[in-house]
Design a protein around this ligand. Structure first.
Ligand SMILES: [Zn+2]
Length: 391
């Protein structure tokens, strides 16, 4: 196995197993080869902790990846035409023996122009800042002693335009500081670190998380009596029936309890208000259909009305439900339910912390529409290609 691949697996597994860094499998990593020709990068669909010699990565030709960002014609296309084209070109840039058809991370082009080792994560300790109204100013205070401060990247629609924006901002940074940024913090998104060795990259991640966590208090919870099983069963059945009535889908409802971050959030007086925003980031929108729905009551009629009202406003029907006193419930296929629970729990922590930094900053309407359209486009493409496959 090449040294670059061995290093990639190492940094992926170390960060992926750390639950303070990764929620719901989000994030990606890459390592460039010593000759500068290739980049090993995490593949979509495998969690960082599960990457192995056999699984979860692709090797890409660096020049082919860079040519995607430099392509001026792509920048002129509308997103619906451009993004599937970019995904295809990134797949064509793969040069390895992987036969599974796994796609390289959709953030591949963004890794290409950074240093040799790149770690990208969506940690809650970063979310507390990038999803808060005064988060950028708070970060500047935290890093004010640094000679080379982190590069702040305002929220940009994911895909090609984000890669392009970061390429420009990295150039500006290099002109100003004489080197590329080692830390990048992306609004309503997450953290990128880049370094010339694996150890330095891991050290940077720990340093940033430690600094950001220093201003965040872990939630304290008073012990209360555990909820009665019959209440949990009644809530499950109310949610299941409401989801069916509002969407026509029969989905299993799983109960995820009320561990500390959930219990602390439920004890807040502003809990309902904190959830009455759009999704915090693309992950919460794509995987959890937006924020958890706050429920004081759990009869099917009340929940159906709330779900219908969301759909009427052009939002997706929630997949996660926070029932006062009981805890977190998820209506989804059994395989995806734990991922939704993890993303939702992280999001509850971020929403609480963001109140200390000026309040929650979620996706706006246009940002949400872009992600929804992108998803719809990807789904349509999948249908078309599966039909083609049959004929
Ligand atoms: Zn990301």
């Amino acid at each position: 196995m090449s040294k670059a691949l061995a290093d990639l697996i190492k940094i992926s597994n170390i960060t992926g197993k750390d639950t303070t860094l990764v929620q719901g499998g989000g994030g990606n990593t890459s390592v460039k080869t010593a000759d500068g020709k290739y980049m090993y990068i995490k593949a979509s669909g495998t969690a960082l902790k599960d990457m192995s010699k056999k699984n979860g990565w692709r090797r890409m030709r660096l020049d082919a990846v860079l040519s995607v960002i430099r392509d001026k014609k792509l920048a002129k296309l509308d997103a619906g035409t451009r993004e599937p084209e970019v995904v295809d070109r990134l797949l064509l840039a793969c040069d390895d023996d992987v036969k599974t058809g796994a796609r390289p991370s959709v953030e591949s082009h963004l890794h290409a122009f950074l240093d040799k080792y790149v770690i990208h994560l969506h940690p809650v300790a970063i979310g507390a800042y990038v999803n808060a109204k005064n988060g950028k100013a708070e970060l500047e205070k935290l890093f004010k002693k640094e000679k080379f401060p982190p590069l702040w990247v305002p929220y940009t629609n994911p895909g090609f335009m984000l890669a392009k924006k970061i390429a420009n901002l990295v150039d500006d940074y290099q002109n100003r500081f004489g080197k590329k940024p080692a830390i990048m913090i992306l609004g309503k998104h997450g953290l990128f670190v880049t370094a010339t060795t694996a150890e330095a990259a891991l050290r940077l991640v720990r340093k940033v998380i430690k600094l950001c966590s220093s201003k965040l208090k872990e939630p304290k919870v008073r012990k209360t009596k555990p909820p009665a099983n019959r209440d949990i069963t009644a809530a499950k059945s109310g949610i299941g029936k409401a989801v069916f009535d509002a969407t026509g889908q029969h989905l299993p409802v799983s109960y995820f309890g009320r561990r500390a971050p959930i219990a602390a959030f439920m004890a807040r007086k502003d809990a309902a208000k904190l959830l009455a925003t759009r999704a915090l980031n693309p992950d919460e929108l794509v995987y959890a259909n937006g924020p958890a729905m706050w429920l004081d009551r759990y009869d099917a009629k009340t929940i159906t009305a709330k779900l219908n009202s969301l759909v009427g406003k052009g939002q997706k029907p929630s997949a996660a439900f926070l029932v006062k006193g009981l805890g977190l419930f998820v209506a989804a296929e059994t395989k995806s339910a734990p991922v939704i629970a993890e993303i939702t729990t992280g999001s509850l922590m971020i929403r609480s912390w963001a109140t200390k930094f000026g309040g929650v900053l979620a996706l706006n309407n246009g940002e949400q529409d872009f992600i929804n359209n992108w998803e719809a486009e990807a789904f349509r493409k999948k249908l078309v290609s599966s039909k083609k496959g049959k004929s």
